[in-house]
Ligand binder design. Structure first.
Ligand code: EPZ
Length: 419
């Protein structure tokens, strides 16, 4: 297994361009199966989660071509509508293929989808939503069987917000006769961008990006070209990394509006920054960062749960006591034990709440990367800790961040990838 060896503390300098959004690409790949013709995706991050989804659709028979950050998908050669447990176990986002394949084949079987260790990741919302659209859902030994018995538009109220369930039901309803209204829908930028693309292909979707989405089904969509939006989670992570290492970094090719909730936390911490329409410049200062008091993760536009681990590392450098309240996942705070091993002073009150006392000096350690976002948090910790940090299991980090060591080394980071 490969690992990162990081020397700290290390101030960085320069400019970092943000990659295309992982979670936009993971929704765009299933959307290709809704449309006739060849879909061209650009600004696609070449990261493991995306490669895994492309592998899955190739195994189903679709023709996939990759050329750098451009991916074309021709679903016309798709022959299988059975997503084996081996495939679905690799990527939770495989569940997003169910709707499009159901429309194409009338029937889909899938093993129970896998996912991060950040929580149970159930799919009950998908199952209930599909049933509301007239899909017959049956349990099988390996997972589920979906049959298109009498698909029809319907109104579905999400009991709680789910990003990929919103994307899946929205893209499925786009090709089901009748009107579908999705209530208490996710408002993430990736949902809005998916709707805008589908509308360019001939769909009739209104309200995406708000919590009520109106969809009038059409029976044909024509594939087109779709550029992935900047990854707001990379944007936020690099901004946090810049502040944590007290570096002057310019984060480019980004959309500052998508990380407004983080920037309001920076304001409360006394972190200086400037921003334009596609860049953020973090201005380091020697003055102590103040604790923002309380940080609560929330669906968009609230503070993103995927930015909680990186921010918590920054909070170990802020003066005062901060309550971090992770409201979305029940397994996304356990990495704080690793930070405590490095010298942080964090009390894990329960699976959802941690108290961070700062500032504390961090020391380099040998640690593991538990999941994508906790993994990148440990990279940031290694860059501010004194001494050497060895980070194992960087497969997790490479699921979400392209070419990370080379990109950080170009900013002056002492980070080495060791097989
Ligand atoms: C998406 O996951 C993202 N993944 C996640 O990013 C992100 O953390 C999450 O949204 C929240 O913003 C993609 O877009 C591919 P949810 P998703 O359904 O859709 C519960 C990353 O690191 N729930 O919004 O799977 C669920 O357990 C990943 O990039 C059900 O109970 O998340 C969670 O507690 C991690 N039943 C809450 O809802 C369901 O059927 C929100 O999950 C679905 C979800």
């Amino acid at each position: 297994m490969s690992k990162f060896v990081i020397q700290g503390p290390q101030e960085l300098a320069g400019e970092i361009a943000v990659a295309g959004a992982k979670n936009a690409a993971l929704a765009a790949i299933p959307a290709a199966f809704l449309c006739g013709g060849i879909t061209t995706l650009t600004n696609v991050p070449r990261i493991r989660d995306v490669e895994t989804m492309l592998e899955i659709v190739q195994k189903l028979g679709a023709n996939v071509k990759k050329d750098g950050h451009t991916v074309t998908i021709d679903p016309s050669s798709t022959v299988s509508h059975h997503i084996t447990p081996e495939l679905s176990g690799k990527a939770r986002s495989s569940i997003m293929l169910v709707g499009p394949l159901l429309l194409a084949f009338g029937e889909v079987t899938i093993g129970h989808p896998g996912g991060c260790i950040i929580g149970r990741r159930p799919i009950d919302q998908f199952l209930e939503g599909f049933r509301a659209l007239g899909v017959k859902v049956e349990d099988t030994d390996e997972g589920y069987k979906f049959s298109a018995s009498n698909l029809k538009g319907a109104t579905y109220f999400f009991p709680f917000v789910s990003v990929t369930a919103t994307e899946t039901l929205m893209m499925t309803a786009a090709r089901i006769a009748g009107v579908t209204i999705l209530k208490n829908a996710a408002c993430e930028p990736e949902v809005k961008d998916l709707a805008q693309y589908l509308n360019r292909c001939g769909a009739k979707i209104e309200g995406a990006g708000t919590n009520t989405i109106y969809i009038e089904g059409v029976n044909k969509l024509s594939a087109g070209k779709w550029e992935m939006i900047p990854d707001r989670l990379e944007t936020g992570m690099f901004a946090v990394l810049s502040a944590a290492t007290r570096s002057r970094l310019r984060v480019t090719n980004c959309n500052p509006e998508h990380v407004e909730s983080l920037l309001t936390i920076f304001d409360r911490m006394g972190i200086n920054y400037a921003k334009g329409n596609d860049w953020i410049l973090i201005e380091p200062s020697k003055k102590a960062y103040k604790s923002p008091g309380k940080v609560i993760t929330h669906e968009y536009p609230g503070f993103a749960t995927d930015l909680q681990p990186p921010l918590t590392v920054l909070l170990t450098q802020a003066e005062g006591l901060t309550l971090v309240h992770e409201t979305i996942f029940e397994g996304r705070l356990f990495y704080v034990d690793l930070l405590n091993r490095m010298g942080a002073s964090i009390i894990l009150c329960d699976p959802h709440r941690a108290l961070v006392q700062g500032p504390t000096n961090l020391r380099g350690k040998k640690i593991e990367s538990p999941d994508i976002r906790a993994g990148i948090a440990m990279v940031i910790a290694g860059l501010i800790a004194s001494g050497e940090t060895t980070l194992d299991n960087i497969y997790q980090i490479e699921r979400g961040y392209e070419n990370l060591d080379a990109r950080l080394a170009a900013l002056g980071a002492k980070i080495e990838r060791v097989s």
